[in-house]
Design a protein around this ligand. Structure first.
Ligand code: 4NP
Length: 164
């Protein structure tokens, strides 16, 4: 399943996790909301994908849906899709949630020759993995981590863009 096509006018961001039902859709819709709040939607395209095939086609996990709804953010219509090698050219940044995701992403993508693959929280002052609420059951901690990562990512992208 293809999530979105590359558009050279805009910066493409792909969030990636194991199942694409908990963390990466949370990041996708939180980041989109951040862009909307700041009037930056036109400058980016944003999507999310899984490294595994476990949840392909499934909707966002109820725990993530509830957490996003608490913040007034809808993720209606999102279904899990899988990372493909072609995504490397479609996106400018491919952001995993934890070190295991990065390992799996590099395997699927066949490497990272352009240095586009990072953990989301590598952009924060405290680089670390984002725990998987599918295992922990704690969507609050994951949301706080993802919000920290998305804010740090946006700051980084705006500084990077200003320097071009
Ligand atoms: P996510 O969580 O990677 O944050 O979407 C998971 C969801 C499903 C599975 C693993 C992790 N699973 O194995 O089905």
């Amino acid at each position: 399943m293809i999530c979105i096509h590359k558009n050279k006018e805009k910066t493409g961001i792909l969030f990636v996790c194991l199942g694409n039902i908990c963390r990466s859709p949370m990041a996708e819709f939180l980041f989109r909301d951040l862009l909307t709040q700041r009037g930056l939607n036109e400058r980016f395209y944003v999507a999310s994908a899984a490294t595994s095939r476990e949840e392909l086609g499934n909707p966002v996990h109820p725990g993530t849906r509830k957490k996003l709804a608490e913040k007034g953010i809808s993720c209606t219509g999102k279904h899990a899709c899988q990372l493909s090698p072609a995504d490397y050219q479609r996106y400018d940044w491919l952001l995993g949630m934890d070190s295991g995701n990065i390992r799996d992403m590099l395997r699927i993508l066949g490497g990272d020759s352009d240095g586009k693959v990072r953990r989301l929280l590598d952009f924060s002052a405290r680089p670390r993995d984002i725990a998987d609420p599918w295992f922990t059951g704690n969507f609050d901690v994951t949301y706080a981590d993802i919000e920290e990562g998305c804010l740090a990512l946006l700051d980084f992208l705006l500084v990077e863009e200003a320097g071009r």
